[in-house]
Design a protein around this ligand. Sequence first.
Ligand code: AMP
Length: 357
Amino acid sequence: MLAPGQTIGILGGGQLGRMMALAAARLGLKCHIYCPDAASPAFEVAATHTIAAYDDEAALARFADSVDVVTYEFENVPGETAAFLEARRPVRPGPKALAVSQDRLVEKRFIADLGIAVAPFAEVTGEATLESALARFKGRGVLKTRRFGYDGKGQVMLRSANDVVGALARIANAPAILEGLVDFEREVSIIVARGLDGTVEAFDLAWNTHAHHILDRTRVPAGVSPETEAEARRIGETIAAALDYVGVLAVELFLVRDGAGEHLVVNEIAPRVHNSGHWTEDACLVSQFEQHVRAVAGWPLGEPTRLADVEMENLVGADADRWAEIAAEPGARLHLYGKAESRPGRKMGHVNRLKLG
Ligand code: AMP
């Protein structure tokens, strides 16, 4: 167990690393952020930082020597980087979580093998496999690259077999999967944390809506039945246990409603703190960031009890220009990431609006 004064090494210096470092500081733990980008938002709130490439072994070795445990704020940490660090310090979550979540095909098979529903999927290696998968899914589906997709990037919606060549060109013929379309009522996510001792704690289920493929709002409670809420927890716990996971894990799900009631279908998992968990910073006894810090530091997990209904709004691009107005709003808790440059589509901050009383 890390004692106050010891250091967590974080790969990645974005807003997620920044909020982790802030949570760690509150518990008297130090953070050392490792990121190739000199303008990383996490640097200004952490004890130490390193600006170096993820394949710079000399820099990685110095980083490992200076920390007590390593974690990360993005799932595309190169496998070699994780293995290099793993030989020197514990890396939490471990290599299995990274390997599974970096490849959509591996991830889908892994989750389906646990007996958990996922969207129908097929491996795509070229025109022939895409055509036959499309035929299976009645001519409609989402083509997704196996690796490096996020916020709708690396995805093409297909509505007819005529689009096959164009769709493959749009993903540069990268290895991919085709998913059948899920006719969902809403998108929800569950954030769970698993401690070093295997204890699992889950936050309440959250309801997410998107704008331009980027998370726009998260509302909690999610407006689903208690059975669905319990089922989401069970799914999160099952996946975390199967990955021998330590830390916070996000599971994005589709809520499907049919004659038989509500069902959950897993869309994807993220082996890290997640944008759809930002509401926990102000609405719960412990935030997802503190929970992650506790887990990777080997501390007991906190109680994820929710104290109020809440709506999180992402401040993307020029949205953050409204900061002064939001700062004056009763019940609003403003979070800004300190990014020098605003660009369309760039996450600049978020606001949690608590429904008090
Ligand atoms: P993803 O990057 O996989 O989270 O996908 C981005 C968005 O595309 C999701 O949030 C959904 O709104 C939509 N989407 C992805 N996969 C499917 C699917 N199989 N069926 C219907 N909509 C999907």
